[in-house]
Design a binder for this molecule. Sequence first.
Ligand code: DX5
Ligand code: ZN
Length: 218
Amino acid sequence: MSHLVAPSLLSADFLRLGDEIERINNSAADWLHLDVMDGVFVPNISIGFPIIKSVANSATKPMDVHLMMIDPQKFIPQFRDLGVSSLSVHYEACPHLHATVMKIKEAGMKASVALNPHTPVEVLTDILEALDMVLIMSVDPGFSGQKFIFQAYDKVLRLDKMIKKQGLDVLIEVDGGMNMERGKHMLEVGARVLVAGDTIFKASDPVDTIKRMKMLAS
Ligand code: DX5
Ligand code: ZN
């Protein structure tokens, strides 16, 4: 099955946001990845609803929103109203993860749970069946352009085994420090969605970089 590529807008030039989104619209990208941070769960603040609304009005690719915040369940209706396709909440930020996942699904969005680098995939054993996707972080969340954490390969491998063992169809997305070589290896161990920030937006030709990432064999 072919894989998906989701450019992370966090690495874009925010002064030229309209042009950057237009570029993604006209590329081979499958989704547009949006990182929302609260300055509490992660040591950074990114974009809020006024900007996300403008992005939603210009983006033609499905929006894949990654919430790095505490109490993410509070904002589920707003993301639904903006037409968001998939919503990732962090396992580490949700004491009532099952209830949050159910609310996302009831709102009609794909429900995804993100795991920090130190969180073992096995914590999802009893909720996997309810999920559409799992997001494996291959950097500590909060910033683009960070060093890739190699342990993520083994986590994807173990998660893929868990999914197959339970006979489920859950997508594995990987996010952080992705490049061509790591992306290829990630696909080999079971990842289906590659998120990339700096590798795409800081490239001399982002559209061609997306095309090459789409062509990586699995
Ligand atoms: C980090 C974000 C990522 C980040 C990816 O917290 O979740 O989506 O923007 O950027 P790169 O690919 O540059 O690590
Ligand atoms: Zn992200």
